[in-house]
Design a protein around this ligand. Structure first.
Ligand code: UN1
Length: 498
């Protein structure tokens, strides 16, 4: 077991509080992964001051030079991938192959954002007056507060860190208290890659104290947050009062619509992967399955059989399909929704119990659950569970199915399985969510396209992607007019005199 510290102004430093708490392995709670700092406000003050101090020098370093550090980080991440993936699995429970995917996503993002260092384009346009030109430039905001969840403990921080840094911002990174060790490993890699002191600072601790204080700190210029709707929307109100840009990625209640002409084998793989991959703990997890009536019984039977045969266990064991939930609270919440669904009159066809056979009682395991005959307005069909629970409902036809897909306050990721080209094309238009998958599950976005939700899932500032995504959020547009006529020229007014 190790103990980790905060990283401020290029040094690994003790928290001013002197307090540390355990980060534990959710598959075996006696396994303490590390002890991490419970920081105090003074630590946030120091981290913000360090980021402020580093800002002018980092801003003035040409973006292609900033990029070189990201290229080095990409190589280091690639080299350390197996070790990092093991730490991801040990600290937050996802199966090892998904841990490798988490790191691969970080590698992809590092290369991609490094490339953006040579592509931070503005525009040059003709001016209406002679001997005058005009251009737009991308400039950084200053210091960003980056607040991240545990479910992608390396990939999601990297979406924010690399995009903010390549644009010339400096940052204070506050990771989830459920994945501080992974955060520290990531920061070590950036340190090794040669990131100058103060450009990225890491402060660990509780969200209500450290995260909240950081986001509203007077020395911060912008916020990027991924987490719950309740926290994100409260932060957005405070950010509005401070006139501070905020990007939020929040909940989802993602649906897969399966039409009767679909390839049902393919759809079954997609449902299992979307609903139970990462133990259902993705914002993009499939948690509503909408089946066209003609295939309802057939598909449901196959789904129940397949869900019941998924093997639970420690994600480091090669035979494991589904790992644990993140913590006691996550497990209790998912178990509560099983009760809620039953009380609402949905039919629980499999799973839904805490798994305790073998060594599983030592971790937060739950058997994957399938509810059938779900009504669209039931809580299990409307509220985000963030666990291995799926709500299945029938629909009459394409139109009815789309209506159900869109009947949600969320709109992050949706999917349709059909072999009818016209329905597939119509779904691209009709589905009201930021991500739409055709004949693929709701998870598996690639970093070169923007990632973000509609409605209550997001703020309209997507992550990842290039100029249509994160680059647009992490930079501001400055416009320069240069008049080299040597006389007063009046735009919009000097029409006649030329
Ligand atoms: C999340 O769902 O919490 O699209 C993030 C995916 C991953 C990122 C998901 N690349 O599934």
């Amino acid at each position: 077991m190790t103990r980790i510290n905060n990283f401020i102004a290029g040094e690994w430093v003790l928290p001013s509080s002197g307090e540390f708490v355990n980060s534990i392995n959710p598959a075996r709670i006696s396994d303490i992964v590390t002890r991490y700092p419970l920081s105090a406000k003074a630590d946030v003050d120091r981290a913000v001051a360090a980021a402020r101090e580093a800002f002018p020098v980092w801003r003035d370093l040409p973006a292609p030079r900033r990029a070189e550090i990201l290229y080095r980080a990409a190589e280091l991440l690639q080299r350390a991938k197996p070790e990092l993936a093991k730490s991801v699995t040990r600290e937050m429970g996802k199966v090892y192959s998904e841990g490798l995917g988490d790191i691969q996503e970080a590698v992809d993002m590092a290369y991609y954002m490094a490339g953006e260092g040579r592509r931070l384009v503005g525009e040059t346009v003709p001016c209406e007056l002679p001997h005058k030109d005009g251009k737009s430039l991308r400039v950084p905001h200053g210091v960003f507060a980056l607040i991240t969840p545990w479910n992608f403990p390396v990939a999601i921080p990297v979406w924010k860190i690399f995009a903010s840094l390549i644009c010339g911002n400096t940052a204070v990174f506050k990771p989830s208290s459920d994945s501080p060790y992974c955060a520290a490993l990531l920061v070590e890699i950036l340190e090794e890659a040669g990131l100058p002191a103060g450009v990225l600072n890491l402060v660990m601790g509780r969200g209500q104290h450290v995260g909240q204080y950081l986001a509203t700190h007077p020395g911060v210029d912008g916020i990027s947050f991924t987490g719950s709707c309740a926290v994100g929307e409260a932060l957005a109100q405070q950010a509005a009062a401070l006139h501070r840009p905020i990007a939020m990625e929040m909940g989802g209640k993602n649906a897969i619509l399966i039409l009767k002409d679909a390839d049902l084998d393919l759809a079954l793989h997609g449902v299992l992967w979307g609903a139970f991959g990462t133990t259902g703990q993705r914002c993009t997890a499939a948690s509503r399955i909408i089946l066209e009536q003609a295939v309802y019984d057939r598909f449901l039977n196959r789904l129940v059989e397949a869900a019941g045969s998924l093997r639970l266990g420690d994600g480091l064991l090669p035979e494991t399909d589904v790992g644990p939930l993140i913590n006691k609270q996550g497990l209790d919440k998912a178990l509560d929704y099983i009760k809620i669904g039953q009380e609402e009159g949905a039919e629980l066809l499999c799973g839904g119990l805490r798994a305790a056979e073998g060594g599983l009682a030592e971790g937060y395991f739950m058997q994957p659950a399938v509810f059938a005959n779900v009504q669209p307005n039931m809580r299990i069909a409307q509220e985000e569970i963030f666990g291995p629970v799926v709500a299945v409902m029938p629909c009459a036809d394409y139109e009815d199915g789309i209506r159900l897909v869109n009947q949600s306050r969320y709109g992050l990721s949706s999917s349709i399985y059909t072999n009818n080209v016209n329905y597939a094309a119509r779904a691209e238009r009709d589905i009201d969510s930021g991500l739409v998958y055709i004949n693929a599950s709701t998870i598996g976005a690639e970093i070169q396209l923007p990632f973000g939700g509609f409605k209550h899932s997001g703020s309209g500032h997507p992550e990842a992607g290039g100029r249509m995504g994160a680059i647009d959020f992490f930079s501001r547009i400055k416009v320069i007019y240069r008049d080299f006529s040597g006389r007063l020229q009046k735009a919009q007014i000097d029409q006649e005199s030329q």
